[in-house]
Design a protein around this ligand. Structure first.
Ligand SMILES: Nc1ncnc2c1ncn2[C@@H]1O[C@H](COP(=O)(O)OP(=O)(O)OP(=O)(O)O)[C@@H](O)[C@H]1O
Ligand SMILES: [Mg+2]
Length: 384
């Protein structure tokens, strides 16, 4: 007699590669019905357009068909409820943490990844000034430029020093303006040298920066993320499961699209989004008039849709551009300006945030957002 246990056992061989676990431990099998040799398996997927849907369906059929006594297998795909989705993401996050490989980053270091739903919104400018402003509050700060080939931090901090390794092959970060810095830009001498390195996988480079750098006991490690939602995010969450993400956005109300990308990024990497920083908010001219060149309200809208605080709004400021080009960050060189004040607000906001509890499902928020976006798109439900 074929039993449900046997079927479940077989299903342990079906893995969701994105979530990094088998469908049974992830709670994706809500029901199994056995009628003689005919087996119907219910499979709950996180989202309707799950890219793994086909593979999971096929694997399920293959594994269950292989059991003795099975004459037919049907798979009924269902969409998870919000609670189920939050639960499964929390399980995936816990697993990621359990399987995390050791790095040289102290587990007590708060890791703040500065990301965005699109490029060019000021992630690097924010990372630099935020790191300095956190250091100004009296904390030890590291800054990791995770934009491996698009590095811009060394120029923004005006350092031409080079990373060196000690006798054990451990890389010592460059100390500049009171923070520790690591960037590919501190290794390669020119674009040509950079090209020679291109064979190296980006995620491998990130791995080296976390496993072979003497970060010491920095209180905060700020990470400037590259644009996009790819390998680096996933590698980071695998290597540093304590990482929290702060999202930089402009005031423009293209929020739906950006929110969808941020949600996707967080969903794939199980990285909790803890707050939003709006950058390039209004421009104030020398007569004191303020012009909202890039619109109004985008930061608030994204923060609300993610259910997280809007940590700060950084105004448009020419000094941010020139300071970035000349290695003279505004928080140090124009400390009395509104933009410097806004970066200090951001630093205080982040330090004051309670970091998510170790097994908290950050992702419950993202699950809620994904749900809202799905509903907005009014896609027909799957299953049936
Ligand atoms: N608040 C601001 N006011 C004026 N200019 C700004 C502001 N923030 C950033 N910039 C300028 O906008 C440009 C893009 O900024 P930055 O390089 O920090 O963005 P990024 O998100 O890191 O870009 P990428 O996605 O390419 O990594 C730079 O020239 C920078 O000086
Ligand atoms: Mg950048």
């Amino acid at each position: 007699m074929l039993t449900e246990d046997q079927v479940l056992q077989a299903l342990r061989g079906v893995v969701d590669p994105e979530l990094g676990g088998d469908v049974v431990e992830l709670g994706m099998i809500p029901d199994i019905t056995i009628d003689d040799g005919k087996v119907a398996v219910g499979v709950a997927l996180t989202i309707a357009e799950c890219p793994m849907r086909n593979q999971i369906e096929q694997d399920t059929i293959r594994k269950v068909s292989a059991l003795p006594g099975v004459t037919g297998v049907t798979v009924e795909v269902r969409a998870m409820t919000r609670e189920q989705r939050a639960e499964v993401m929390s399980t995936a996050r816990r697993k990621a943490r359990e399987n995390a490989e050791p790095t040289l980053v102290n587990p007590l270091t708060r890791v703040i990844a500065v990301g965005s739903g699109k490029g060019g919104v000021g992630k690097s400018s924010v990372s630099v000034n935020l790191a300095l402003a956190i250091a100004d509050l009296g904390h030890r700060v590291g800054l990791l430029d995770a934009d491996i080939w698009g590095f811009s931090i060394p120029r923004m901090l005006g350092t031409e020093e080079r990373l060196v390794a000690n006798d054990d092959g451990i890389i010592i970060p460059v100390e500049t303006q009171g923070i520790k810095l690591v960037s590919t830009g501190l290794i390669v001498d020119s674009e040509e040298t950079a090209l020679m390195w291109r064979g190296l996988m980006l995620s491998k480079a990130l791995e080296q920066f976390l496993k072979q750098v003497a970060w010491g006991d920095v209180d905060y490690l700020v990470i400037d993320m590259p644009p996009g939602t790819g390998d680096i995010q996933m590698a980071l969450s695998r290597l540093l499961p304590q990482a929290e993400m702060v999202v930089v956005t402009t005031p423009q109300k293209a929020a739906q699209k950006v929110a969808a990308r941020v949600a996707d990024m967080a969903r794939r990497s199980y990285m909790p989004v803890v707050g939003v920083i709006e950058n390039m908010s209004g421009f104030t001219c020398e007569h004191g008039d303020t012009y909202p060149l890039f619109g109004v309200g985008g930061g608030r809208e994204l923060a609300d849709s993610l259910g997280v605080p809007l940590i700060a709004s950084i105004p448009l400021d020419r000094a941010i551009v020139s300071g970035g080009d000349q290695g003279r960050p505004v928080v140090r060189t124009h400390s009395a300006t509104p933009s410097a004040a806004a970066f200090h607000d951001a630093a205080r906001g982040i330090v004051g945030l309670v970091p998510p509890a170790q097994d908290e499902t950050c992702t419950a928020r993202v699950a809620r957002l994904v749900e809202a976006l799905d509903a907005a798109r009014a896609e027909p439900a799957i299953s049936d």
